[in-house]
Design a protein around this ligand. Structure first.
Ligand code: ZN
Length: 335
């Protein structure tokens, strides 16, 4: 049994209409003894229909989703909606206003904090509120991410591999409706601290995205985000008359099946990429050469791809430490 959250909501989840305001997370600090952190929330409800939770800013330096939801919450009117849409435009708000992956208050990563703790640090309290208050009143979740400051993705949507076949089938349909250029199913993992893992615990059909990255946005990545969310809302019957633009190219369904799909920096230094985002590569092919700025006369240390596949993600910054992720691959889904 989950403990009750200390976060209170200014908005009503049950009344029809559009309700916007803050979730109030008590935060008593030197500069503000009785203050609270104001996490923006928008709820649009109109009669019966699906209950959809849309989240962005789970990582604060991922902007496609934040912009897509800020625009959507201004555009949608209650009459457009069937059922209820809850939007968290900046789920880890302290991280979002700082433009950081993790919260500057507690250094915690929201997407490694579920199921959270109502008495914990702010990020843990947010995770707990989402898992104990928002997921139980939701049927569907779209959690919008991108590569953030350190990674760049080919615009992708993804699901977590789940045990429940009915849930898995629903999630695949949501991926197809979102119609990102690439969709992938991430391998079964023991990582149970993410929002998608929390959704699985709550039996909420959920997809995530990796829409671009590099700590910025583009016309293309933002269009994938905005139309993708609208297409999912239309598919679910949540916004039946939504303008979803032209018919998209069907998504390429892929998988990221094992740790062999990832390449990590083998040493400290500055890395030279030996392949580019979108390239198709073979196992054994050189992936990167790492030069040491302190001993430039030394031969670089090479890293190799351990698997065949398409590069859907690469590291952005030039400096690396041993263990930094440089690339990850995906392969066509084999079922
Ligand atoms: Zn993220």
């Amino acid at each position: 049994m989950l403990q009750k959250s200390r976060i209170t909501s200014e908005v009503d989840f049950e009344q029809d209409g559009k309700h916007q305001g803050s979730l109030r997370l008590p935060h008593s600090v030197h500069r503000s003894a009785y203050g609270w952190i104001a996490i923006p929330i928008v709820v649009i409800k109109n009669g019966r229909g699906p209950n959809v939770l849309l989240t962005a800013g789970n990582h604060g330096d991922e902007y496609e989703g934040q912009l897509a939801l800020m625009k959507l919450c201004q555009q949608l009117k209650p009459a457009d909606v069937r059922g209820r849409i809850i939007m968290l435009t900046a789920a880890n708000f302290p991280a979002a206003i700082a433009g950081l992956r993790t919260s500057p208050i507690d250094d915690l990563n929201l997407n490694r904090s579920f199921p959270g703790d109502p008495d914990g640090r702010p990020t843990a309290a947010i995770a707990h509120y989402i898992e104990s208050e928002l997921l139980p009143i939701s049927d569907f979740l779209v959690d919008l991410h991108s590569g953030g400051s350190s990674l760049m993705y080919l615009p992708s949507a993804l699901t977590r591999q789940v045990n429940d076949n009915r849930l898995a089938a629903k999630q695949l349909e949501m991926l197809k409706a979102f119609a990102a250029p690439i969709s992938y199913c991430a391998a079964a993992s023991h990582e149970d601290r993410t929002l998608l893992a929390a959704a699985e615990r709550a039996e909420v059909a959920a997809i995530g995205t990796e829409l671009g990255g590099s700590g910025t946005t583009s016309v293309h990545s933002l269009a994938v985000a905005e139309f993708g969310v609208r297409r999912v809302l239309k598919y679910l019957g949540s916004v039946p008359e939504s303008d979803v633009g032209e018919d998209p190219t069907p998504t390429r369904v892929m998988e990221v099946s094992s740790s062999a799909y990832y390449v990590y920096a083998p040493d400290y230094g500055v890395w030279e990429p030996l392949a580019d985002l979108g390239d198709d590569v073979k196992a054994g092919q050189p992936a990167a050469a790492v030069y040491c700025p302190q001993t430039p006369w030394r031969e670089p240390v090479e890293a190799h791809f351990e698997h065949d596949g398409k590069i859907i993600c690469r590291r952005v910054p030039g400096p690396v430490e041993r263990g930094d992720c440089l690339f990850h691959l995906a392969t066509d889904w084999s079922e």
